[in-house]
Design a protein around this ligand. Structure first.
Ligand SMILES: Nc1ncnc2c1ncn2[C@@H]1O[C@H](COP(=O)(O)OP(=O)(O)OP(=O)(O)O)[C@@H](O)[C@H]1O
Ligand SMILES: [Mg+2]
Length: 255
């Protein structure tokens, strides 16, 4: 569903290299978690897949067509909510549909369905500043889901939430995914989150980012996070990913 082929990207006059020949494939309905050191180009990669910026070299295909601009079958949940502060919950969720030119009468059903799905019925007229961080993040998720994309790009969507809200959001996301299995590229800094959510986990090198290793999680769904955390496979993956990340962050062989 998503094919990232040899994508490279540099920024600024000094040509800071963010990504270097990054290649990744995500089959339909898969949740692929991406984990890597801060600044290794994860957000840049998602922005390229979303069509917000162009790669210097390489190509991205979604559903076999090349990405050259933002498109209706791809939606992104941003690292820092990305809500419009002057718009209500309702108008934030409706935003993507309005951009697509859908008339107000026509989008009301979809908006209300997604507001229900994320448990924010009754908060439609609230503004983002009147919501907790977890609620704002759920609005970001509803806005992305409302356009019914085939591909969801998630940029550390739960990174700023407290531990309990984060676990509840993970369960919520898995529940939504079971009823509407989207193809997902999910960036996270949490090894736990990557293993709990992912079908596979892609580890990135430090900047310039490349894919270093892809791991099959191999834990059956539906997953009960508490049971998963006690399994041998979970502990094995955790230790392996931790070691590989440490090598990238501190350099050398991590010993
Ligand atoms: N618009 C930009 N202009 C200049 N440099 C940029 C721009 N966007 C990203 N970069 C640089 O590209 C590199 C990768 O940034 P990016 O935001 O993709 O990293 P990241 O892996 O998402 O990091 P984090 O985990 O901290 O979110 C960094 O060195 C960053 O400074
Ligand atoms: Mg980022």
């Amino acid at each position: 569903m998503v094919a990232i082929k040899q994508v490279s990207k540099s920024f600024g006059a000094s040509r800071t290299e963010a990504l270097q020949a990054c290649t990744l494939d995500v089959p339909a309905h898969e949740i692929l978690c991406v984990i890597g050191p801060s600044g290794c180009g994860k957000t840049t990669l998602l922005r390229i897949v979303d069509g917000l910026i162009r790669a210097d070299r390489g190509q991205v295909f979604v559903n076999q067509t090349e990405v050259t601009a933002p498109r209706p079958d791809v939606a992104m949940v941003f690292q820092h909510f990305g809500l419009l502060p002057w718009k209500t919950v309702y108008d934030n969720v409706a935003y993507g549909l309005r951009v697509q030119g859908r008339a107000d009468a026509d989008l009301a059903d979809a908006v209300s369905r997604y507001i229900d799905l994320i448990g924010l019925r009754g908060f439609e007229k609230n503004y983002p500043y009147q919501l907790s961080g977890g609620m704002q993040q759920r609005v970001g998720l509803a806005r992305a889901l409302a356009v019914n994309p085939e591909v969801l790009l998630m940029d550390e969507p739960f990174g700023s939430l407290d531990a309990q809200t984060r676990e509840l959001m993970q369960e919520e996301l898995l529940r939504v995914w079971r009823s509407q299995p989207k193809t997902m590229l999910f960036v996270t800094h949490s090894i736990d989150e990557a293993v709990i959510l992912g079908d596979r986990v892609a580890l990135m090198t430090r900047r310039p980012g490349r894919v270093k290793e892809i791991l099959e999680v191999g834990i059956a769904r539906p997953r009960d996070p508490e049971t998963v955390r006690r399994s041998t496979r979970y502990l094995e993956l955790r230790e392996h990913i931790w070691h590989q990340l440490k090598v990238e962050v501190v350099g050398g062989n991590g010993q």
